[in-house]
Unconditional design. Structure first.
Length: 242
C-alpha cells in the first residue's frame, strides 16, 4: 500500500479523538460534531499517489511530513542519517546472529546485543523552513485539484525529535504549534483555502480550526525560546540458549 504512512497517521488521530489510544490532545478548538463528521466518514483515495490522500463527506484530507532538520532534494538530514543508522544496525545484528550460531552451546544462558544511535541535527529554524516549504507545495496541489470549494484538512506529521520551549535557559515544555505566533500568523495569511490543521508530534496532536485563528494570534507569545531536541534510539536483541 503506497499510503501506509498516511493511513497509520490518520488511524492514530481517529483513535486518539475517540479516546482509544494514549495520544495526548494538546489543543483542539474545533467543533466536536464537525470533526466527528470528518473522521467518521473519511476513506482512503483509491488512486495511489494522486492528490488528496483521503476523502470525507464534503471534503478532503491531505497528509504530509515536516522536519526540524535541514532538508535537501534527497529529503531531511534526519531521515538520511536514520537510514544510514538502520543499515549499520542491520549489519551489526547479522554479525551478532552469526557469532551466536557459531558459538559453543551454553544451556540456560541469555545474551544481548544493543545498538544506540543519537540524532541532534534539529533546530526551530529548520522546522519553520520545512513547515513553509511543504505547506506551500501541498497548497499548490490543492489549488490545482479543484477541491478548494470543499472543507480542507491538512494533516501535518512532525517526523523528528520534538522541539522544546525553554524558560530562563531551562527546558519548560514541549513545543506546541498553537502557541507559535510566528507560524500562526503565517497560517492565517497563507492557508486561506484550508479549514483545519491537525498537527501530530510523536504521541500528541493538535487540531486547529483556522476560522478561529485570530484570537489565538492575539494571545500567542512571539518571543518563545524554541530549541531543537535530541532523539536517541536503542535497539536490543536477545539470544537465548535453551
Amino acid at each position: 500500500m503506497s499510503r501506509a504512512n498516511e493511513v497509520r497517521c490518520l488511524e492514530n488521530i481517529k483513535n486518539a479523538f475517540y479516546g482509544r489510544n494514549h495520544f495526548k490532545r494538546e489543543f483542539d478548538n474545533s467543533d466536536f460534531l464537525k470533526m466527528d463528521s470528518i473522521l467518521s466518514t473519511v476513506c482512503q483515495n483509491k488512486k495511489d499517489n494522486i492528490f488528496p490522500d483521503f476523502f470525507f463527506d464534503g471534503g478532503i484530507i491531505e497528509h504530509f511530513e515536516v522536519s526540524a532538520s535541514n532538508e535537501t532534494k534527497k529529503g531531511s538530514q534526519y531521515k538520511i542519517n536514520d537510514a544510514s543508522c538502520q543499515r549499520e544496525k542491520e549489519k551489526y545484528f547479522q554479525e551478532q546472529d552469526q557469532k551466536f550460531l557459531e558459538s559453543s552451546r551454553c544451556p540456560g544462558t541469555i545474551r544481548t546485543a544493543a545498538v544506540e544511535d543519537t540524532h541532534e541535527c534539529f533546530s526551530y529554524e529548520s522546522f519553520v523552513k520545512s513547515f513553509k516549504r511543504n505547506t506551500e507545495r501541498h497548497l499548490k496541489s490543492l489549488r490545482n485539484s479543484g477541491y478548494t470549494n470543499q472543507v480542507v484538512v491538512f494533516l501535518i506529521e512532525f517526523e523528528s525529535a520534538r522541539l522544546g520551549v525553554y524558560v530562563n535557559s531551562s527546558f519548560d515544555r514541549f513545543y506546541k504549534l498553537c502557541e507559535d505566533k510566528n507560524l500562526l500568523e503565517y497560517m492565517k495569511e497563507t492557508l486561506v483555502d484550508v479549514d483545519y490543521i491537525i498537527f501530530v508530534a510523536d504521541d500528541s496532536y493538535e487540531i486547529i480550526d483556522l476560522s478561529k485563528i485570530g484570537p489565538m494570534i492575539a494571545t500567542a507569545n512571539d518571543n518563545l525560546d524554541i530549541r531543537g531536541g535530541r532523539q536517541k534510539n536503542i535497539s536490543l536483541k536477545v539470544y537465548v540458549d535453551p
